[in-house]
Design a protein around this ligand. Structure first.
Ligand code: PLZ
Length: 451
């Protein structure tokens, strides 16, 4: 069947040959258990052998429909031709020199691309890092030095990473924070406009939540103590929550009026995921700083902070950095990924995935009461499951059971959300439409079987 031209060698069709997990995966899982820390858990008990396009093939030859992109990473697939070619060429030239010792062009090219692609026509500069959490930490460093202030404001349901500072910024205790304190100080959490769960309804959530958030910042922290406000323009781990209309512009305006650095964490929502280069574009927001990772480099570890030149330049020379940040192979991969996004018009593909998924999920919601809400944009779509539509009591058991049923049938979906009751779909944007539809057929059957 379909193999994407110049793309991955793995055939683009679902295939279930063994029970999930199969015998080879079970063997590897036993070895994992004896040498890998138990805290490093896995969503599926199968081991990958190869992957690309919209398929992950396991070591027993089963082919799963990829509706997760790893953790929302492989926007261009796991083996995009331009990524593989560019990173192989780079690896043959050199793997490392450290940009802060002897710099190389790839790093500069990635920063040029970031200046070009991120919102706003102001002068922009970037710094590159290895992980999303590291990018967020460095955005805070830049904002603190620039403003001479310390406080950082974040939101209910927000996720920003697992390092000490970013654990403090992250809202959810289990599994991210439990037992790992003490956390970094000067972090303040305020309400988020979570439309589905807002007490007075989604239409009031934007203005009311913004007023509450601004009031709390004003009374509890004092705007002149705030270095940065950090928000995901479309929240990922919190449950694929689109802040209700008006919320982001109100906070962005408040930040601008008070000399606060407005940081958009687009680590999950960026790079075509929502059908825009960056999700904040949907509300015309121009962040002062923007953090990116995941989709940026086709699966290689790379992250960035991009923003106003005067903020990025505020720290002293040598103040930002790290051994591996902007590794040359990761930069080559990023240039290949960005080339692929442009050439294949992956923003259009993301919108197309939304156009397939939203109506079908909405139809399922009409039929199955367990689905309380269908939401998201582009290829960042989710259903929130409830025990009762009137009370909206979260139903994490249903989410776990449905995800397990999908996994058994070869559709790789992820469970997320503050209440563990959201099934989310983050397919690679290069996935075939028929695979998206087949994944939805599997979900539909799993919902049917629960009745
Ligand atoms: N900011 C918005 O989504 C990573 C992590 C899941 P790192 N999200 C997935 C898990 O279980 O670890 C993420 C994000 C947003 C920051 C991060 C952190 O990025 O590359 O994982 O450090």
């Amino acid at each position: 069947m379909t193999v994407l031209s110049g793309g991955p060698a793995v055939p683009q069709e679902r295939r279930i040959l063994t029970a999930i997990p199969g015998p080879r995966s079970q063997e590897l899982m036993t070895r994992k258990k004896s040498v890998v820390a138990d805290a490093i858990a896995t969503v599926l008990p199968v081991f990958a052998a190869r992957a690309g396009g919209g398929i992950v093939e396991d070591v027993d030859g089963n082919r799963l429909i990829d509706l997760g992109s790893g953790l929302g990473v492989t926007v261009v697939g796991n083996a995009a031709e331009a990524v593989v070619r560019r990173l192989s060429d780079q690896a043959a030239q050199f793997t490392h020199t450290a940009f802060s010792v002897t710099p190389y062009e790839g790093y500069v090219q990635v920063c040029e691309a970031l200046a070009d692609l991120t919102p706003g026509d102001h002068a922009k500069k970037s710094a590159l890092f290895n992980s999303g959490a590291e990018a967020v930490e460095n955005a805070v460093k830049a904002a603190r030095v620039y403003t001479g202030r310390q406080a950082v404001v974040v939101f209910d349901h927000g996720y920003h990473g697992r390092t000490n500072l970013t654990m403090a910024l992250t809202a959810k205790n289990m599994p991210f924070k439990h037992g790992f304190g003490p956390f970094a100080p000067e972090v303040y959490r305020v309400p988020l406009a979570y439309g589905y769960r807002w007490p007075t309804g989604p239409e009031n959530a934007g203005p009311e939540a913004a007023a509450q958030a601004i009031d709390q910042i004003t009374r509890q922290v004092g705007p002149r103590n705030v270095a940065a406000i950090i928000i995901e323009p479309l929240l990922g781990e919190g449950g694929v929550i689109e802040p209700a209309k008006g919320f982001l512009p109100a906070l962005s305006r408040f930040a601008a009026d008070n000399g606060i650095v407005f940081v958009a964490d687009e680590i999950q929502s960026g790079f075509c995921r929502t059908g825009q280069w960056f999700a904040c574009e949907d509300e015309g927001i121009v962040p002062d700083l923007i953090t990116t990772a995941k989709g940026i480099a086709g699966g290689l570890p790379l992250a960035a902070v991009t923003g106003r030149a005067e903020i990025m330049d505020a720290a002293h020379a040598g103040g930002l950095g790290g051994t591996y940040g902007g590794n040359p192979i990761a930069c080559a991969a990023a240039l290949g990924a960005i080339e692929t996004m442009k050439e294949m018009d992956l923003n259009a593909r993301a919108k197309n995935i939304e156009a397939i998924m939203k109506p079908r999920l909405t139809a399922m919601a009409e039929r199955f009461d367990v689905i309380g809400d269908v939401r998201g944009r582009g290829a960042m779509i989710a259903i929130e499951l409830v025990k009762d539509r009137a009370t909206k009591e979260p139903n994490p058991e249903a989410a776990a059971a449905l995800a397990a049923a999908c996994h058994q049938q070869g559709a790789l979906v992820l469970v997320t959300g503050t209440y563990g009751n959201v099934i989310r779909f983050l397919p690679p944007l290069v996935i075939g439409e028929y695979l998206v539809n087949e994944g939805l057929d599997i979900l539909h059957e799993a919902l049917e079987a629960r009745q």
